[in-house]
Design a protein around this ligand. Structure first.
Ligand code: NA7
Length: 530
């Protein structure tokens, strides 16, 4: 028996912030009748559904890690929310906007084919659900597809091994020897959090990172009231800044002030906490001027040397390269290495060769017996989220054939040849606080859909405009230190992936202006096809 095909106005893939916002706009603003949200997990939450390892939390302050129209009385009490609270927030936001019932769960979209005759997307899930939708929105998230290097022996390990984004609920670490492989945001948060629970923690570090304290703390009633009273000003700061984190970004060069002032600024923001603040609130040119960048790096190296007691470990933890990529923050990361049962293994020149039945083996033959292995080894980021879906557009063209050398979507949301497909946080979108980014993108997508509805024509990016956007994205990236620091932002964290910037690094304000110009001029960079 063939499953029946449900004909709907729109399918929105993903039950994270991007998905629920799109369903809300399509349903409540555009008044589309049938909008179906499809989520692979068993509940809403997206990134925050999957990433629930110990210590998982945002590093964007709670009051701006939400949509700007969510100005209700705060029901939160801390500066940053933990993963499970964020999952709750997503659920509550979806409930408030009345979109919970639009979702089906436990279904992964495996294919989406555009049918030129019916002008609809035929969408199939792994559970055999089929939809024919006028609009398809992929709100897949940017860090969705876990990456674990292809080490031999992964399947013979006799303990528990898992990627950081698949942490087993209720895993008991008592008396366990734990290997944490990877020292990015996930690995550093995990190492900083689990050591009081485990018997031994061994951190495998290929490259040292700059980790700033995050300083999570309670927000008392008076502070909450002040935030609420200042919401207009706070949101103005968000939408008129480059990285949209809700603070005023540094305007001076790190090189134009005296050494004493520089140290005072770094010290003050280090104590305030937050990697983004340290990177963008201190000075204007840490991301663009290598000499300025070096001053920030020096400061963090000094902090590491003063925190970590064992000189050899302190030295290994001090990064030597440029400070760039996604700024990290975690409380107690460096302090953890002062614990007798926490150790650091430098694998920069002696990499992991294989996983054995009892642990981790390095190239030189050294072995480390453990009970648990955490692969905090990152993600096939941004376009990687699309790798498991067969997306086929006009003329039978596959998305990954178009994206094989360099993935790009016009403004991160639309790909030429894929009419009525909209990619929330797709490649080429802005690198900024995710919530305002999603808010701008979904708002723009809703406007485009409104226009397409009015014209009764499908819409996709104009091919030349998309190429120009892609060039702009890469050119701007080359002006920053991000271009020279290996990371998923540049797509060079994974073997075989071609390096290019996955993000528009020109700032959210500039990006917002571009979207506004497009809308005001009735979308000159898009094609409405007959
Ligand atoms: P990241 O930031 O990509 O970090 C991955 C870590 O895993 C990083 O330390 C890598 O070392 C390490 N890694 C990757 N491959 C290997 C191999 N083959 N051997 C040893 N170590 C390896 O991922 P996260 O999950 O921590 O953070 C992702 C995002 O989530 C983050 O940006 C936030 O937005 C939230 P490397 O530095 O490449 O030498």
């Amino acid at each position: 028996m063939t499953a029946s095909v449900e004909t709907v106005d729109a399918v929105v893939v993903g039950g994270g912030f991007g998905g629920i916002r799109t369903v809300d706009l399509f349903k409540n603003k555009l008044g589309l009748d049938k909008v179906v949200g499809i989520e692979k997990g068993k509940a809403l939450g997206g990134t925050w559904y999957w990433n629930q390892y110990p210590g998982a939390q945002t590093d964007t302050e709670t009051w701006v890690y939400r949509f700007s129209d969510d100005r209700s009385a705060p029901n939160w009490n801390s500066r940053y929310l933990k993963a499970e609270q964020l999952q709750e927030q997503i659920h509550d936001t979806a409930e408030k906007s009345g979109v919970l019932d639009n979702y089906i769960f436990d279904n992964s979209v495996v294919s989406a084919h555009y049918d030129e005759e019916s002008k609809r997307w035929n969408i199939v899930t792994d559970k055999g659900r089929q939809f024919a939708a006028t609009y398809l929105v992929t709100a897949l998230g940017i860090l969705t597809n876990p990456y674990v290097p292809d080490w031999p022996g992964k399947d013979v390990f006799e303990g528990e091994a898992f990627h950081s984004a698949r942490w087993p609920k209720d895993l008991d670490l008592t008396d366990k020897r734990v290997a944490v492989i990877g020292t990015g945001p996930s690995g550093s948060q995990i190492a900083a959090t689990i050591h009081p629970l485990a018997k031994e923690v061994t951190v495998f570090q290929r490259r040292a990172q700059y980790v700033v304290p995050i300083n999570n703390r309670e927000v008392d009633e008076a502070e909450k009231q002040e935030i609420v009273a200042n919401y207009d000003a706070i949101w103005d700061t968000v939408f008129t800044s480059r990285f949209a984190m809700g603070f005023v970004e540094g305007s001076k060069s790190a090189l134009e002030v005296s050494e004493a002032e520089r140290q005072e600024v770094y010290e003050r923001v280090w104590n305030k906490g937050g990697g983004f603040r340290f990177f963008f609130e201190t000075f204007a040119d840490i991301a663009t001027n290598e000499e300025a960048n070096e001053t920030a790096g020096d400061f963090v190296r000094g902090k590491i040397a003063s925190i970590v007691k064992d000189p050899k470990t302190a030295e290994l933890l001090q990064p030597t390269g440029l400070y760039g990529g996604r700024p990290l923050s975690a409380d107690g990361y460096y302090e953890a290495f002062n614990e007798p049962h926490v150790s650091l293994v430098d694998i920069s020149e002696n990499e992991i060769a294989e996983i054995t039945p009892t642990g981790v083996k390095l190239e030189d033959g050294q072995t480390f017996d453990v009970d648990v292995i955490v692969y905090a080894t990152g993600f096939d980021g941004v376009d990687g989220a699309y790798r498991n879906i067969d997306v086929t557009g006009r003329g039978g063209v596959k998305l990954f054939d178009v994206w094989k050398d360099e993935s790009n979507a016009l403004y991160g949301v639309s790909v030429s040849g894929f009419p009525n497909l909209f990619t929330v946080t797709g490649p080429g979108g802005p690198f900024a606080n995710m919530l305002p980014t999603i808010e701008l993108q979904t708002g723009f997508i809703a406007q485009l859909v409104e226009e397409a509805q009015a014209r009764q024509q499908p819409v996709d990016a104009n091919a030349e405009a998309q190429v120009r956007w892609s060039e702009t994205v890469q050119e701007i990236s080359k002006l920053t230190v991000f271009d020279k620091v290996k990371s998923w932002i540049q797509n060079d964290n994974i073997e075989g992936k071609k390096k290019y910037s996955a993000f528009f690094l020109g700032g959210l304000q500039t990006y917002d202006s571009k979207l506004n110009e497009e809308a005001a001029a009735k979308y000159p960079s898009f094609e409405f096809s007959a």
